[in-house]
Ligand binder design. Structure first.
Ligand code: GLA
Length: 393
């Protein structure tokens, strides 16, 4: 049975089958290159995946939401009124945050809904399960509130980020919500995170696949470290601006600029953080050029360079990501490999020649287990479309 039909069956079981139901889907994402620079005004290069979060929804006449997640069955039905949106530390907070953001932006939300969710993105693996839920909720609210011609997908993307920043308290950038909202089949998105200008670049690679490697090490302390890194970039930017350099973001600098201004950065620890931000931005632009010129080997080398910079300068990898990426680098048929997402565990991404994929999975899996005692999971990624309504039933 197709995934969405399983969710419909669960909906009927929990909330009853009567009335019109709508089915929605929002993907997860993988970032090919451009890590930890969305909040530094840099370029990123993510794509949406074919797996993600599904929702079956029936609008209600009152202002009550009843939500159920097939991924968190022990939480049961989470019920709340749209007049009382309070964080309660369950998965539904992401949904509440998005509804709250719509209301704060002046949109009239009058209807609640019964909704069943199901996601096949591994949680906490750095493939944006939370951004997927936020943008999904935004897509649902827009539809059930009759706002399709007033709220664009880019508005939903921004509301998703705002919900995560203000309601959830994670100071994330715009990349994840943008990728899952605006993704396109077989295309990666080159996104300028300062201006939100974007371009779709084909990533259907001849004889090469995107293989996602899940370390199965959950991010854990990742969120506080994430906010710490962001704060340290902001402080360094302030130091550089106060020294008279006219920039709005760290990624406005070239490597030469960085060499010139690094003496103004007051915290010694922040110097390599800034070097990462500047060098990663340069790598993204080079990567896209390589892809357009079909120079995949060089693209792979830039991915490797990105991992090294995240490991040594930005220090967000950790032993599991380093072990899995190092194992990938050793394999015949690997074009490039790096961590993806926030880091501190979660997933890495690699480009692998098709004829070597089976061997790659076997060898990397064995080596990784030997070094960490953990079992990795592998997914050959299909690049899919962004958030959308799938239909009605
Ligand atoms: C998380 C955040 C994004 C981005 C990445 C790192 O996924 O949500 O905004 O900063 O980490 O590139």
């Amino acid at each position: 049975m197709a995934v969405e039909m399983q969710v419909v069956a669960k909906f009927d079981e929990i909330f009853g089958s009567e009335g019109k139901k709508e089915i929605f889907f929002t993907p997860g994402r993988v970032n090919l290159i451009g890590e930890h620079i969305d909040y530094n005004g840099g370029y990123v290069f993510p794509c949406a995946l074919s797996f993600g979060t599904y929702a079956v929804c029936r609008r209600r006449d009152d202002d009550i939401f009843r939500m159920y997640s097939m991924n968190f069955e022990k939480d049961g039905i989470v019920e709340f009124s749209l007049k009382k949106l309070i964080k309660t530390d369950v998965w539904a907070d992401y949904c509440k945050g998005v509804i709250d953001t719509f209301i704060k932006h002046g949109y009239k939300i009058e209807h609640g809904a019964d909704i069943v969710f199901f996601g096949n993105i591994p949680n906490g693996a750095g493939l944006s399960s939370s951004a997927s839920l936020e943008v999904l909720m935004g897509t649902i609210i827009r539809e059930i509130s009759g706002l399709n011609d007033k709220v664009s997908m880019i508005d939903i993307v921004k509301f998703g980020q705002e919900a995560e920043n203000k309601f959830i308290g994670v100071n994330c950038g715009i990349m994840d919500q943008f990728a899952v909202g605006m993704g396109k089949e077989d295309k990666a998105i080159l996104l300028n995170c300062d201006t939100l200008e974007y371009d779709y670049v084909p990533v259907k690679l001849d004889g090469i696949s995107i293989v996602i490697m899940n370390t199965n090490k959950r991010r854990g302390l990742g969120e506080s470290k994430y906010n710490e890194r962001r704060a340290s970039c902001e402080a360094a930017l302030k130091d550089i601006q106060e020294a008279g350099k006219k920039i709005n973001h760290l990624c406005d600098m070239t490597m030469e600029d960085f060499e010139e201004v690094k003496k103004y950065i007051k915290s010694e620890e922040a110097v390599p953080r800034v070097r990462h931000a500047v060098s990663e931005n340069v790598r993204v632009l080079e990567s896209v050029k390589c892809l357009k010129e079909n120079d995949i080997e060089k693209f792979g080398k830039l991915m490797n360079g990105s991992h090294i910079s995240l490991r040594d300068d930005y220090e967000v990898t950790g032993k599991e990501l380093d072990a899995i990426v190092a194992a990938a680098w050793e394999q015949e048929g690997t074009v490039g490999a790096r961590m993806t997402g926030a880091g501190f565990g979660g997933c890495a991404v690699s480009l692998v020649k098709n004829e070597f994929i089976d061997e790659f999975i076997k060898n990397v899996g064995e080596k990784y287990t030997k070094e960490t005692g953990l079992e990795a999971a592998f997914y050959v990624a299909n690049v899919g479309d962004g958030s959308r309504k799938l239909g009605e039933c």
